[in-house]
Design a protein. Structure first.
Length: 371
């Protein structure tokens, strides 16, 4: 049987595929486990995110206070921020959301009117005469797309609500999970290292530290820069008299979690709403988004982010597009940190194998040594 490097890789792939095939034949064993893991995934993800958000403040307060007291003070501060949000910010967002849904037919009619007016331009008449590019055809397609977008948003909201209700009792565990992570999280790398052979400890310890720094930097930077983008776009929309400024600013803040293409995603629904005002407002919306993202990227973002993930922008765009087609919007957010973790592990494993590789001795050299 061939024993070359590529043959061994091929054998490994065949074994993995065979195991996956056999596992699919006994899915009744793995389905309950998968459901349990799926139910626990979101609470664990939320707990991990808040752990990295709270950890800098806990460490700062722990320099002069007991850790339990520091965690309690951070919890009180987080509850105060949530109270301010639901007291001051949530009511106008809710009212603007209801108003946007109620006015959606008028928005579609305004877009249709704009398309009909565009057809009156002389240099567009010849194009508009073609059936595929006629104003009526474009209007029907755009109306259908907007209806699908609205139904998708409503369906996503309902889906999120149903998911939250299904594991609502598990979300009650999140504060306890966060407390455990904040109080015992520094011991987690030691527990992982004890499960590995001692010869792997040096590289594994370095990998764990690098992963921890990368994830912490990513989460903290994304939350802070998204808040910044939300504030900047909200102020910009107020200056240009944009309808629903707080809601659209929130959309810009949320989509900022998606690397590189987030601003484009935020621009599309905002541009549709801007068409109800004037075509010039669409241009002003683009200016607001570009300026706010440039301020964040060049002036404030680097001071907040600090250590960034070492991932090329082109790679990020490919990852985001691929994840969106497989997992959806949620995958577009988590794909970069997941890729960074895999990359760190792969580089560390390769470096370990290269550093500890002992070439086999030549049999003829062994005979000479014995003589």
């Amino acid at each position: 049987m061939p024993q070359g490097k590529w043959f061994r890789i091929g054998y490994g792939i065949i074994v993995v595929l065979l195991i996956a095939y056999l596992a699919s034949k006994v899915d009744f064993v793995f389905n309950p486990i998968g459901k349990v893991l799926a139910a626990l995934f979101v609470p664990l993800l939320i707990s991990g995110m808040f752990y990295y958000l709270f950890r800098p403040f806990v460490r700062l307060l722990s320099m002069k206070l007991p850790k339990a007291v520091a965690i309690l003070l951070v919890y009180i501060g987080a509850i105060g921020i949530c109270y301010l949000f639901f007291w001051m910010i949530w009511p106008p967002i809710r009212d603007q959301s209801i108003n946007l849904v109620d006015n959606f037919p008028q928005i579609v009619a305004s877009v249709q009117t704009w398309l009909e007016s565009m057809q009156q331009h002389e240099w567009l008449r010849e194009i508009g005469q073609k059936d595929a590019l006629s104003t009526e055809n474009l209007t029907n397609k755009l109306t259908g797309s907007l209806d699908e977008l609205l139904n998708s948003v409503i369906g996503s909201v309902r889906g999120i609500f149903n998911v939250i209700m299904n594991f609502f009792f598990l979300l009650g565990l999140v504060p306890f999970m966060i407390y455990y992570l904040l109080s015992e999280g520094d011991k987690l790398p030691g527990h992982i290292l004890r499960m590995l052979p001692e010869r792997f400890h040096k590289e594994a310890s370095g990998a764990l530290k690098e992963i921890d720094a990368s994830i912490g930097s990513f989460i903290l930077s994304k939350v802070l820069t998204s808040l910044l983008i939300g504030v900047l776009t909200f102020v910009g929309y107020l200056l240009i008299d944009m309808p629903y400024p707080l809601l659209l600013g929130l959309i810009a803040a949320i989509t900022n979690f998606i690397p590189y293409i987030g601003p484009l995603i935020a621009f599309i629904p905002t541009a549709v709403v801007a068409l109800t005002v004037s075509p010039m407002t669409v241009l002003l919306v683009g200016v607001v988004l570009v300026v706010s993202n440039q301020i964040e990227a060049n002036l404030i973002g680097p001071r907040i982010i600090g250590k960034q993930m070492n991932v090329h922008p082109f790679t990020v765009m490919l990852l985001v597009i691929g994840a969106s087609s497989i997992i959806g919007a949620f995958g577009m957010i988590i794909v970069v940190p997941v890729y960074a973790i895999i990359k760190i592990i792969a580089i560390r494993v390769y470096a370990f194998r290269k550093h500890n590789h002992i070439p086999p001795k030549d049999p003829l050299a062994e005979v000479i040594e014995r003589k």
